[in-house]
Write a protein that binds this ligand. Structure first.
Ligand SMILES: [Zn+2]
Length: 516
């Protein structure tokens, strides 16, 4: 048995990355699924009358080890993947889908859940317990528990196919990002680009054994290039490469996958009695219905459109005046917006960067969290990470009580997908009253420090960091009993509130003075 299926016995029960081999995952998943199935059998074979504790709560805690392995594995697949991991993901995803279908189509289990659900007015449940019961019952119904058995098998087939399609879609995107390189050998093609960006491109070229400078479709390389490179033909080349990812009619093409996914989602929704996939999704959101979403968007459009048109024509006029551009293209907007901003307000994003040194910004974010939520962050070295770039902090309340582990993974690598996100290796929860504190992580793609320069953030990277940190706080400050309700497990149209709340500090003088 691998370490994945046993207690970790590490500081804070953190993941022992150095002891986990990639080949451990598949057998570990299989064993954990088997054990979870056993736990579920114990629930359905229980001769006692179903109640909240012996059914709903027992189900909630039936797969803790499996969830731990899943968190670990899929976090690695997003932040530090390779072909071996991707292959396992392809093998594991159908197993997990089949397992979750085994639960949601388990008649005996659903019967017990339904029995408790029908009593819910009579039994005395806390708000949290009631929410868990609602969610569990709904998850059965939304996965076909009330369907006849021929339709249930149809649903299983759709779900299996969907899970493998989604994975392939993401893998294609990553391969497409990695295979494009803009090689520059003539220094004049770098005109307009800031020094640090040129230096990063030179380092990358060296690393890949190329002469000159190399630009990629990763955001820290792509965005500055589109914002500052004077050479319009090269901007066009980059923009087209970026927009063509997955649309090149070859082995990494995503067009057909996308169409299949949309069709399957529609079939699935219809099978369950919903009008569209949107109706199905929105049932569990605060917005509730497509009508609410559409009317919000319409309202938004009518208010924003006049301003957008005004700005676009202003920008077109400016580009024509400056460089004789006849029709403003997609690859021009970032470049001329930056120039126009500079002319109107004398603001240069790049001049702001020295004020946002990553280390200081992070300390600032910690200070704000300390003021607002009475927690402290201390960098520690006794917790293992999956890559040497990842840094771990111990989070405690002001009395010194352990609150969370916070992992920060900031720089791009070939095995990391683009963008920025928060995730967790372990959610907060309580088992039999024993508090389990969360292990939360944020993963970003900021400019890596070089020998001569620390990592400097643009203003938009600054807001990204605060945004993800907001999600992280949501996870780290959680105080619930049940892991599936903990932290960021809230309706998706609420989940962005803590992150946007934190973003706002980037516009407050008092906050900026703490780190900029
Ligand atoms: Zn977010």
């Amino acid at each position: 048995m691998s370490i994945l299926n046993t207690p970790f016995n590490t500081p804070y029960n953190s993941a022992p990355f150095s002891k986990i081999k990639t080949t451990d995952f598949l057998p570990a998943f299989k064993l954990a699924i088997q054990n979870s199935k056993k736990n579920i059998e114990d629930i359905t074979s229980n001769t006692e009358v179903p109640n909240f504790k012996n059914t709903v709560e027992a189900l909630e805690f039936s797969s803790l080890i499996l969830e731990r392995i899943s968190n670990l594995f899929f976090n690695l697949n997003a932040a530090e993947t390779n072909q071996a991991i991707q292959k396992i993901a392809q093998q594991v995803s159908p197993l997990l889908t089949a397992f979750s279908n085994d639960i949601s189509l388990n008649k005996a289990l659903f019967k017990r859940i339904k029995y408790v659900y029908k009593q819910k007015e009579k039994i005395n449940l806390s708000v949290e317990q009631n929410t868990l019961l609602e969610k569990k019952y709904k998850s059965f119904v939304r996965n076909g528990a009330n369907l006849k058995s021929s339709d249930q098998s149809k649903l299983r087939e759709i779900d299996k196919e969907l899970s493998s399609l989604r994975l392939t879609f993401g893998e294609h995107l990553l391969s497409e990002t990695n295979r494009f390189r803009l090689e520059i050998e003539d220094r004049s093609d770098l005109e307009g680009l800031p020094e640090n960006c040129i230096e990063t491109a030179k380092i990358l070229a060296k690393k890949e054994g190329k002469r000159g400078w190399l630009f990629t479709l990763d955001y820290p390389s792509y965005v500055p290039f589109m914002t500052y490179a004077k050479n319009r033909a090269l901007r066009k080349k980059m923009a087209l490469a970026f927009g063509k990812k997955g649309f090149q009619n070859d082995a990494f093409d995503n067009q057909l996958l996308l169409l299949k996914i949309v069709k399957l989602r529609h079939q699935r929704a219809r099978l369950l009695g919903y009008k569209t996939h949107a109706d199905y999704v929105l049932e569990e959101r605060m917005a509730k219905s497509p009508e609410t979403v559409l009317s919000f968007l319409e309202d938004f459009k009518s208010k924003a459109m006049p301003a957008a048109r005004r700005e676009f024509s202003e920008l077109s006029k400016f580009a024509k005046e400056l460089d004789g551009i006849e029709t403003l293209q997609k690859w021009d907007s970032a470049y001329y917006s930056e120039k126009l901003k500079k002319r109107c307000f004398d603001i240069d994003d790049n001049l702001l960067k020295p004020y946002f040194e990553l280390e200081n910004v992070l300390e600032g974010a910690f200070k704000i969290a300390e003021k607002l939520f009475q927690i402290q962050f201390v960098k520690i070295n006794d917790v293992e990470t999956y890559h040497s770039d990842v840094v771990v902090y111990k989070v405690s309340d002001l009395k010194g009580e352990f609150a969370a582990l916070f992992y920060a993974d900031f720089f791009p690598r070939p095995g990391k997908r683009a963008g920025a996100w928060m995730t967790s290796f372990k959610p907060q929860h309580r088992v039999d009253g024993v508090e389990e504190r969360p292990h939360v992580s944020i993963v970003c793609n900021f400019t890596k420090p070089t020998k001569n320069q620390p990592s400097l953030l643009t203003f938009s990277e600054l807001t990204t960091l605060f945004h993800e940190f907001g999600h992280a706080l949501h996870g780290m400050l959680a105080k619930t009993n049940y892991p599936s309700l903990s932290g960021t497990n809230v309706p998706w149209d609420f989940v962005e509130l803590p992150s946007q709340f934190m973003e706002n500090w980037c516009y407050e003088k008092q906050a900026l003075q703490l780190f900029a």
